[in-house]
Design a protein around this ligand. Structure first.
Ligand SMILES: [Zn+2]
Length: 88
């Protein structure tokens, strides 16, 4: 499969009216990244401890803190390049 085929496939899937809004948003995002229409922002999780000594991770782009890391920041949607570093 190449990028053009993937974009065509996604466009075909988007015509499915039974798709949830979330699925549709994710597929549109993937299509737009693949086709070069948008360039996803790349961030990094930064590990830190708060005053009560609890472990958190902060997104270095939006600054929001999360209890767990994920491939995309749930606050600013950036792709988190180092998320695998913190998988246990
Ligand atoms: Zn963020």
């Amino acid at each position: 499969m190449n990028v053009e085929e993937a974009v065509r496939y996604i466009d075909g899937r988007l015509s499915n009216e039974l798709m949830s809004d979330n699925d549709r948003e994710v597929l549109k995002f993937c299509r737009d990244v693949l086709s070069g229409r948008i360039h996803p922002r790349v961030g990094h999780w930064v590990k830190f401890k708060d005053e009560a000594d609890y472990l958190f991770y902060r997104c270095d782009l939006c600054g929001k803190k999360e209890q767990y890391t994920s491939p995309f920041c749930p606050n600013c949607s950036a792709y988190m390049e180092n998320y695998e570093d913190f998988l246990t």
